[in-house]
Design a protein around this ligand. Structure first.
Ligand code: GLN
Length: 475
């Protein structure tokens, strides 16, 4: 049983002796076991989690525990944790053990969070349904015949199905927001560079971000406060000071200027998703917030631009998985070249190979100008669209995804159809701005609907502010 809405309440219960952290960890461990059919985890750290819980419980009793003391966290298996497997849900890394810990994970540990396990995901975080895992598909907890979204599906499921308090995911084109939407939890993708990528296995380095999933805005804020900030091991991480999100959140009751981009409400939007978003906008208007329609004309080019650029980065980032330097190697190769070729052919999944091939193509001498350079130019136009609207409004509200969760297998044979489920999320990564998905009800089948909030770079606080307002509307 969970007797708390957020970490602050949990800590108060532990301090007053009403909740035992050890029992709380057992509760999560037993939920992981009971719901193993959902396939949310690749590794579970049963013994370490128990040990850590006792240690943290005594620190709490002595009054010297960290900010996140006792928060039980699951980590997407593309993030490194020293001494543990780092599979990236790929057969090529099935037996690879990490020799160091990602900065974001280390920061949680330093604040006395308890790491309960590593979650399943799409192979190397490439996918929108979590069907591309060498460890099998992850299932939606509301209905196991449906996908949980991807690529951080395991993390979203772990939070939605009470297998942990919060989870870390990564978002390159929507992989935190889209599964958050499909599973009915909150998921925040920070500004590019807000959280150090040290220890994150690279997918598309100029897009990749790390962020939290939680059941409350408060917990998202608590985790962001800890994981954000400069890290001298990631030269791209930002030196801009991190705000005290929790304190700031409790202080403000601003009137927000909310933009509604018309390009996000076009063809292909499921009617129930549209009406859920519209009804929230009506309530926000009634509460005194200013709502205005805005336009982001380059949105129509986002999917094409995103896939050209990320595949180009994939073809170069995944060069290192060659059978020699990391992970598994194919047996019985005649020579070195064969060994590279056989290892990659045998051990990488279909979607990953498709992206390496397409990425190599768009970077090749004859096509670089037509595809890669052009896409870089369009990326700039997308960024400029956002800069223009953020001079008029504080935040944007859109659907997170055009539909609720789809059936397992429904789109897996049609990559283009699958890529279209990212239509509302990729723009934020192209522009480097933050976005968050928050649950706003469900469709006629009981499948969750997500609302996306976007803000200008480093304005995570604006997302959290509007998120809290919507969370109250939904209660
Ligand atoms: N679904 C998108 C893709 O397949 C986004 C993945 C991600 O954000 N990691 O590329």
């Amino acid at each position: 049983m969970i007797q708390y809405d957020n970490h602050r309440q949990k800590l108060a219960l532990i301090c007053s002796g009403q909740l035992s952290l050890q029992e709380n960890v057992e509760f999560f461990l037993s939920n992981i076991k009971k719901q193993s059919n959902l396939n949310a985890f690749i590794s579970v750290f049963e013994e370490q989690a128990r040990k850590q819980a006792s240690l943290v419980a005594s620190k709490i009793a002595q009054g010297n525990a960290g900010k996140l003391a006792g928060m039980v966290v699951a980590v997407k298996d593309v993030l490194a944790l020293e001494g543990e497997k780092l599979t990236c849900a790929s057969a090529i890394l099935a037996n690879f053990t990490s020799i160091y810990t990602a900065t974001a994970v280390q920061k949680l540990i330093d604040e006395d969070a308890v790491i309960i396990g590593k979650t399943n995901c799409d192979e190397f975080a490439m996918g929108s349904s979590n069907e591309n895992s060498a460890f099998g598909a992850v299932k939606n907890p509301v209905n196991a015949e449906y996908v949980p979204g991807g690529s951080s599906g395991g993390s979203a499921v772990a939070v939605a199905a009470y297998m942990c308090d919060v989870a870390l995911g990564t978002d390159t084109g929507g992989s935190i927001r889209q599964p958050a939407s499909f599973c009915g939890v909150v998921g925040l993708k920070p500004t590019y560079s807000r959280v150090s990528r040290y220890g994150l296995t690279a997918f598309a380095s100029s897009f990749d971000t790390i962020g939290p999933f939680a059941r409350s805005i408060d917990d998202v804020a608590a985790v962001m406060e800890v994981i954000a900030g400069y890290d001298d091991r990631d030269a791209t991480s930002s030196k801009i000071a991190v705000e005290n999100y929790i304190t700031e959140l409790s202080l403000t009751s601003d009137v927000l200027r909310i933009g509604v981009p018309k390009e996000y409400f076009g063809e292909g939007l499921q009617p129930e998703v549209r009406s859920a978003i519209t009804s929230i906008l009506d309530k926000l208007r009634e509460a005194g917030h200013q709502i205005q329609e805005v336009s982001l004309p380059s949105t129509r080019n986002a999917i094409a631009t995103y896939y050209i650029l990320t595949m180009a980065e994939v073809s170069s980032n995944l060069e290192r998985f060659d059978g020699a330097r990391y992970g598994e190697r194919a047996e019985n190769s005649a020579n070195l070249n064969d060994m590279y070729c056989n290892s990659r052919t045998e051990k990488l999944g279909k979607e990953v190979k498709r992206r390496i091939l397409l990425g190599t193509y768009v970077l090749s001498a004859g096509y670089y100008d037509a595809y890669y350079r052009k896409a870089q130019q369009v990326r700039r136009l997308i960024k400029e669209d956002f800069s223009r609207v953020f001079s008029q409004v504080d935040v944007l509200v859109t659907p997170t995804a055009p539909t609720t969760a789809f059936r397992i297998g429904e789109k897996s044979t049609d990559p283009l159809e699958m890529y279209l489920s990212d239509i509302y999320t990729t723009s934020a990564n192209l522009a480097g701005i933050p976005g968050m998905s928050i649950p706003v009800g469900s469709d006629n089948n009981g499948l969750p609907i997500g609302l996306q909030i976007m803000a200008n770079e480093f304005q995570e606080l604006e997302l959290l502010k509007l998120g809290s307002v919507i969370e109250k509307i939904m209660r």
